[in-house]
Design a protein around this ligand. Structure first.
Ligand code: BG6
Length: 486
């Protein structure tokens, strides 16, 4: 679908997210067909920079983040022409005049306010936008995570932003929903008849969702220390993936049809009690170790770290969904920094066959599984038992692999590209609704409270491992193993 002209206002225009993801994504989109001549980007920041200086910063900080095969000097030059820079203090309404002047005075124009800034600034910015008369009917606001630190904070953000923008103008972004493989999971589930009859407690034994990173916290200690893995990854990315796996078929792909179904999943998640928490949640922090053969320091020794920090860099949870479809099927979720590998995947394991007719013990039949790979490469694997060639009947697990890059030799879209495109089109399906956000916080909050009261340390794990032994025990108690440890 072609886009119409727009003014895209990027608060936090000089920040890390803008330079790493947003500007490269906007550049990539600007090269596509249907990107309008009148598509402008107005970066906003507190640095007192001229437009020329900002463009130089883009050359230095954003351009290197564009993949080599997508970088075209001519296209980059043309992209720069679209960019303007406005310096203002986002919290001070008195400084918004230059922004007003930089925007085109046309109520019909699509206007996007992307808030790539800490959430404590959201309320003030929205209010200042309104006061400056810039909250036009065609305006949209995009909120970057973290969307609150807890349920109360999330409610406050929803209320504050809601005073200026209606729900249909608010785009709460979770970049995991923009990943190709997540979209493909929707295609797999609702574009094929094969899986739906099996997609339930009678046939599925368990689901594992892992997002493992080799990276540490890097230069984000300020943010990470007050966040931790639960707030940074589990409350949003992992729960969103769980929703896509577990939701009932929506009536259609419209935003509310999809978001209603996701909300039902979040509301059906079994609540933790202090007792069930001890059994079903593992909190870890990395100590020094080796990642890819390179020695790395422990979390407490990272630059600017608190040497007594109890912030978790790893979390594993056994979740359950109390519905007819899923009752009794464990969903194991885990994420961590400085882990043994960089990967994100969803593993749906089916039940075992009931009886072996072959001269082979039933224990040698591995259950079928479907693996949806999100990272580092995107694809699907379906594991089946097959006969090995030759005389005799010997069965072995084989792998049917679908590699999206190989199969569709089309250029991919990065998650942020797709989501920014959706914002510009006004398509809300892949963004969280206010009630979804609150339901996700409601479920994780007992874990946060419990950890706050505890005065013991997280469990330490060696950097470059798969997390604390307790995470293996968590799944081991059910007679299972994490896929990478099997
Ligand atoms: C972000 C988190 O939302 O997701 C980061 O704040 C994390 O801590 C990142 O590294 C992971 O995203 P991706 O797409 O690289 O898996």
């Amino acid at each position: 679908m072609a886009l119409t002209d727009f003014d895209f206002v990027l608060f936090g225009g000089g920040g890390d997210l803008a330079m790493r993801k947003l500007i490269p994504a906007l550049y990539a989109l600007s090269r596509g067909k249907g990107f309008p001549e009148g598509g402008r980007i107005i970066a906003v920041g507190r640095h007192d920079w001229s437009r020329e200086h900002y463009l130089e910063e883009l050359d230095k900080q954003a351009k290197p983040n564009i993949e080599e095969d997508r970088l075209d000097e001519g296209a980059w030059k043309a992209f720069r022409e679209r960019v303007n820079y406005v310096s203002l203090n986002a919290s001070d309404a008195g400084t918004y005049q230059p922004l007003k002047e930089a925007l085109r005075d046309d109520d019909k124009l699509t206007r996007v306010y992307y808030l790539a800034v800490p959430p404590n600034l959201f309320a003030g910015i929205c209010q200042n936008i309104a006061e400056a008369g810039l909250a036009t009917p065609n305006a949209r606001v995009v909120l970057e995570k973290p969307l609150g630190r807890d349920l109360e904070g999330a409610r406050q953000i929803n209320a504050d932003v809601g005073k200026v923008f209606s729900e249909s103008q608010i785009f709460r972004i979770d970049h995991y929903l923009g990943k190709e493989a997540v979209q493909n999971l929707l295609a797999l589930r609702f574009g094929n008849i094969l899986f739906e009859p099996l997609w339930r407690r009678e046939w599925i034994s368990d689901v594992q969702i892992t997002i493992a990173e080799e990276l540490g916290v890097g230069n984000r200690m300020g943010y990470y220390e007050s966040s931790g893995a639960l707030r940074d990854m589990l409350q949003n990315h992992l729960l969103q993936l769980l929703c896509i796996v577990a939701m009932e078929p929506p009536v259609d792909g419209t935003p509310d049809a999809v978001r209603d179904e996701k909300l039902k999943v979040l509301r059906a998640l079994k609540r933790f009690t202090p007792n069930s928490l001890v059994q079903n949640v593992v909190r870890g922090q990395y100590k020094s170790g080796h990642v890819d053969g390179v020695a790395v320091p422990g979390y407490r020794k990272e630059p600017d770290a608190n040497p007594q920090s109890r912030t978790e860099t790893f979390v594993a949870v056994k979740a359950e969904i109390d519905t007819w479809r899923w009752s009794g099927v464990p969903f194991y979720l885990r994420t961590g920094k400085r882990m043994a590998d960089q990967l994100a995947e969803i593993v749906v394991r089916f039940k075992s066959i009931p009886h072996s007719i072959f001269n082979q013990p039933i224990s040698s039949f591995q259950p079928n599984s479907l693996v949806i790979r999100l990272q580092p490469d995107e694809g699907l694997n379906l594991n089946l038992m097959a006969k090995t060639p030759g005389d005799g009947m010997r069965l072995k697990l084989v792998d049917l692999e679908l590699d999206f890059r190989e199969t569709f030799k089309k250029p991919r879209m990065e998650a942020y590209e797709r989501l920014l495109m959706d914002v510009l089109r006004g398509q809300l399906t892949l963004f969280m609704r206010s009630d979804e956000l609150e339901a996700a916080w409601e479920w994780v909050e007992p874990i946060l409270h419990f950890w706050d009261q505890e005065d013991n340390d997280p469990l330490f794990y060696t950097a470059g491992s798969w997390g604390p032994g307790a995470a293996s025990a968590l799944i081991g108690r059910d007679g299972l193993q994490w896929r990478e440890e099997a």
